[in-house]
Design a protein around this ligand. Sequence first.
Ligand code: HEM
Ligand code: HEM
Ligand code: MTE
Ligand code: MO
Length: 334
Amino acid sequence: MKRWTNLALFVLLGLAFTTGWVAFFYSTAPSRASLIVHAVSGYGIIALTPWKTVIATRGIRRRRPGWWASLVFTLLVAASVLAGILHSTGLLVTVGPFSAMEVHVGAALVAIPFAAWHVIARRIPVRTVDLSRRSLLRASALVATAGLAYSTGEVAVRLLRLPGSRRRLTGSYAYGSFQPAQLPVTQWLFDTVPSLDPATWRLTVQVGTTMRQWTYDDLLGFDDRVRATLDCTGGFYSTQDWSGVWLSRLLPPGTVEGSLHVRSFTGYDRRFAIEEAGRLLVATRLGGAPLDPGHGFPVRLVAPDRRGYWWVKWVTTIVIDDLPDWWQLPFPLQ
Ligand code: HEM
Ligand code: HEM
Ligand SMILES: Nc1nc2c(c(=O)[nH]1)N[C@H]1C(S)=C(S)[C@@H](COP(=O)(O)O)O[C@H]1N2
Ligand SMILES: [Mo]
């Protein structure tokens, strides 16, 4: 049972970590599907606590080198799981300057080196016996228990009318919809708000060797509108009315090949399939008023049905090149 417990924890940790990022990647149904697997993995880890406690108590008594690092690892996993549940139930959505979701993901990220060390320093032999009938029965019992815990939690959140019952399918909470002044200013990681002069600012659109520059006044002349939901991975969403110009209208007619590389003044960038050009808004206004610097002045991208981190702010160049649209890190590093 000892080796089986550690092995199960290994699989569940990997599954929780992966499905968390898959959920962050999407803003539509795949996000929810991934989060169901995610939550069940999380509850599976909790369900193994009694057995793991026995293993850990024995291990701690032995005082093997680095035993304290296992304790730090335990604290990080516990903090992550606790913050995840506080977020999902809505019992506590902000922790000081951070959202519970940020604490949840932050603790999981800090835990990575500890997890790697733990499984290397305390490695267990994997034998064919681990695929025995008994192991499979145990695994089914574990999944069933975790699934039951998760569904009971979801029902309880609704019956008790906890804030968690108002989450979007990504798990995010509504914030300031249709109140532009309430929309928080959020950066993915390290960007700072630049101050750009609209008189000298240009939007460069380049397709092969053809290049066109648009002034701020050119772009203010368009009035394409879209109502879209900005769903930040920090754990909130906000539906607003945006206006500007559909990106497809800024391309030379007949541009059908390549991918769209949208770049910010800060260097922050995202790549999109060319087919999306008609659904991406190069926005100059939020709720009818020009953007403020925090929200991307002079122009920012509005990418309906995509997570907030695709909504590039302070756009300065759009290049259409031959690279495939998946040729980028799934998440920015800045
Ligand atoms: C939720 C994840 C986990 C937590 C919180 C955790 C925590 C701990 C703690 C506190 C100890 C005792 C201190 C020590 O010996 O260093 C320990 C021991 C151990 N852990 Fe883990 N662990 C986890 C996952 C894993 C995984 C995935 C593996 C293996 C793949 C593993 C294998 C071991 C082994 C072999 C020991 C030594 C037991 C002994 O010396 O008798 N653990 N763990
Ligand atoms: C090993 C690390 C992780 C564990 C054990 C874990 C576990 C959990 C648990 C137990 C919940 C609460 C589920 C519920 O009650 O509905 C949760 C929620 C969540 N986790 Fe994780 N998580 C981990 C890492 C991550 C990472 C790295 C991400 C994102 C990159 C992430 C994203 C989320 C999201 C978005 C929710 C909210 C789901 C909702 O409210 O419906 N998690 N997690
Ligand atoms: N240039 C740039 N654009 C960016 C970001 C960034 O860090 N740099 N953050 C993204 C993220 S994570 C979100 S949630 C939205 C937030 O937009 P808002 O500040 O207008 O609410 O902007 C996106 N656009
Ligand atoms: Mo975000």
